[in-house]
Design a protein around this ligand. Structure first.
Ligand code: ZN
Length: 223
């Protein structure tokens, strides 16, 4: 799977000939990619409706590319009302298969305006990744680990709105991915965090889990 970090919680993931965007906050201060630059997308996932997770941009991307919009029921219904033709109205625990890619909506502990906050498990034929969304630590991350065995876990480390480096390090051991990628830090002063400290904490708990720090705008093949 090829991950491009667009800053904050935004990723472009390419695998098996598919292009997926997660939380595409392309109008935000960090993203080197703007909506106008996006010419191709198959699926766009939005974890919740807070402004820094790219709901508005997701609508634009889906309209211009015909990509599927996938989010929790109430948010997807809103996307349909906004003119998105292809939208899946999942709820937590539910899965949908889109052209060989299985997307599962999972819980997150956070807040939001519409529906409920979520994370995603995405299974390509050649690999599985988990995007935690914005969340605090929760013990049933171990169930996500047991059920889906994610190769790659994308976890927030910035604290203030989400888990901090210590919680995310413990989360890594619950999920047992081959590789963990820190996200949702350094965008604003209040979520400043050191990915090197996160890497050290993960290594102390489980040295078999690789920490991949992707710089904003950088692309990495993982795991
Ligand atoms: Zn949020």
């Amino acid at each position: 799977m090829r991950f491009t970090y667009l800053g904050h919680a935004s990723f472009k993931v390419e695998s098996d000939g598919k292009v997926i965007f997660v939380d595409p906050w392309l109008n935000g201060p960090t993203s080197p990619v703007k909506v106008d630059d996006v010419t191709e997308a198959d699926i766009v996932l939005v974890t919740h409706d807070h402004g820094d997770h790219g709901y508005d941009e997701a609508i634009e991307i889906c309209k211009k590319t015909g990509a599927w919009f996938v989010a929790i029921n109430e948010l997807s219904l809103r996307a349909k009302e906004a003119g998105v033709e292809n939208a899946h109205t999942l709820n937590i625990g539910g899965s949908v298969q889109i052209d060989g890619v299985t997307v599962t909506l999972v819980q997150a502990f956070h807040s939001c305006g519409v529906g409920a906050p979520t994370g995603f498990v995405v299974r390509f034929p050649s690999g599985t990744f988990y995007h935690a969304g914005d969340t605090g630590l929760f013990a049933s991350m171990s169930l996500i680990g047991d059920l889906y065995k994610p190769d790659v876990a994308l976890l927030p480390i910035g604290s203030y709105y989400t888990m901090d480096v210590h919680q995310a390090a413990l989360a890594s051991t619950l999920l047992k991915p081959k590789c963990v990628v820190p996200m949702h830090y350094d965008t604003f002063p209040v979520i400043g965090a050191d990915p090197a400290e996160f890497a050290k904490l993960v290594a102390q708990r489980d040295a078999s889990i690789r920490v991949a720090v992707i710089r904003v705008g950088e692309t990495m093949d993982l795991p």
